[in-house]
Each structure stands twice: as C-alpha cells, then as structure tokens.
Design a protein around this ligand. Structure first.
Ligand code: ADP
Ligand code: MG
Ligand code: MG
Length: 250
C-alpha cells in the first residue's frame, strides 16, 4: 500500500525528516510514536500533500504510484485521508454541505454516482450516531466553536463517510477524555478492514489499549529508530523515550 524510502523533508530549509523508512501493507494498522517535535505531524502532512514541505531526498510509493507526483486533491481522491492533530475551523462553511461535497467529489473520482440530499442525509445521520456526534453539529460551520472532543469526532465522522484506503490519524487522542477516546477508537475499529490501512500517530500508549496496532514504530529526530509489535508501546510507556536515544548513541 505504502512504501517510504529514505525520506528527507525540510520546512523552510530546516531538515525535519532525516532518512525515514516505512513499509505499510494493505489492511495493516501501524502506530507511530515518539517524543514531541520528532516529526510525526510532518510525516502525516507530507503524505497528505500539504504545502510547504519540501522533499529533498527519497521516495514514496502509494499503491505502486509515485505519491509525490500527485496533487493533494488527487491523493484524497485516491483514498488518502488525514485526520489532523488540530482540525481546522471553517467559519461560514456549513458542516453538512462540506461533508456532502467532500464525499461526492470522491465518489465522482471513483466513478460512482453522487448521493442526492436525501440519501446523503440518511448516511450522515447513521455515521454521526456511530461516533456519537450530536446532529446539531452538522448544521453548524465546520469545527467552528466545537470542543476538542467534538472536533475529533467530526474528523472521524468525515473519515467514516469517505471510507479511505489509507487513513492517517495524527494524535486523534490528544485532549480527549476516556469516553471520547473510546468513541473515536470504536469509530476507527469499525473501519478496520483487509482493504484499508491505518497509520495512528500518538504520543501516548493509551489509545493503543483500544486500537490494537499490528506494528509500532518510534520516530525520533526525523527517522524511525525502532519498530516492533504492540509490546513496544508498553515498553515505551514504562521507560519513556530517552533510552532509545541512549541505545542509538551506543
Ligand atoms: P511532532 O508532530 O512529532 O510533535 P512536528 O512534525 O510537528 O513534530 O515537528 C517536527 C519539527 O519540525 C519540530 O522541531 C517543529 O518545531 C518543526 N516544525 C514543524 N512545523 C514547522 C513549520 N511550519 N516551520 C518551522 N518548523 C516547523
Ligand atoms: Mg507534537
Ligand atoms: Mg504532531
């Protein structure tokens, strides 16, 4: 599904990712952990095609295609979805309209029929129930004045509607209380399928009690310094991240 080789990325000439390698198979759930500032969000943004991130070296293949040749919109149409660490507020843009337009753009790209308002309404209500998002929030502007938990649920709702092939979740757990965390995790677990890959970026092990990853990687100073199974997350929880640096230096 995704193959990242020797990825180097700079922001304003400052190197952030320094030779990152990562292979993600179809249907797998990978957790990316690591200290603050290690480049986790940068990795998510580069994959989703955000402006301002310069790839200076390396290669990313997505379903065998050179991902870096694709525009941001094409990446979304081809099934890449990013749930952001800090979801953007769009005052004046109605949430329901936004969700419907996003879904229909992707359906068009897939060669599927657009959903009319009635069908969309049914679908969005069903999905909103799944993530326990208050239906009133559908009528408001996108994320404007939403609480932290509501924003995260709205991101998961969008993901559930778009049914991406590669879902990137950047610290979807940060700022969530345990109930919201469980709901978000249930939403993600409901989307697990042999055709879909998930990259969970998280600073804490907590989310991984609810979403069991197939693989865990530690990002430090712009590269993956350790990979393992879900037991690695528990080890990190116990020991923190500093032992990895000591290990790397030795
Ligand atoms: P993480 O998500 O792991 O906390 P980030 O990817 O957000 O890390 O950041 C990695 C490094 O890149 C940090 O040192 C951060 O200060 C820097 N950085 C991120 N975004 C920018 C930006 N827009 N301009 C300059 N530096 C940035
Ligand atoms: Mg951070
Ligand atoms: Mg981050």
């Amino acid at each position: 599904m995704l193959s990242i080789k020797n990825l180097h990325v700079s922001i304003e000439d400052k190197p952030i990712l320094n030779g990152l390698n990562l292979e993600i198979g179809t249907g797998e759930v990978h957790a990316i952990m690591g200290p603050n500032g290690s480049g986790k969000s940068t990795l998510s943004y580069v994959l989703s095609g955000r402006e301002g991130y310069e790839v200076t070296e390396g290669q990313i293949l997505y379903e065998g295609e050179d991902l870096l040749e694709l525009e941001t919109e094409e990446r979304a149409h081809k099934g890449i979805f990013l749930a952001m660490q800090y979801p953007v507020e769009l005052p004046g843009v109605n949430n329901m309209v936004f969700l419907k337009e996003s879904l229909n753009a992707i359906r068009r790209a897939r060669g599927e029929e657009e959903l009319d308002s009635v069908k969309f309404m049914q679908l969005v209500k069903e999905k909103a129930k799944m993530v326990k998002l208050d239906e009133k929030l559908l009528k408001r502007s996108v994320n404007a004045g939403f609480s932290g938990g509501e924003k995260k649920r709205n991101e998961i709702l969008q993901m559930a509607l778009l049914e991406p092939k590669l879902a990137l979740l950047d610290e979807t757990d940060s700022g969530l209380d345990i109930d919201a965390l469980r709901i978000v995790a249930e939403g993600v677990n409901a989307l697990r399928s042999p055709e879909r890959s998930v990259v969970l970026v998280t600073h804490y092990q907590r989310l991984l009690d609810y979403i069991q990853p197939d693989h865990v990687h530690v990002l430090s100073e712009g590269r993956i310094v350790r990979s393992g199974g879900k037991e690695l997350a528990h080890e990190l929880e116990e020991k923190g991240y500093s032992w990895l640096k000591e290990g790397a230096a030795a």
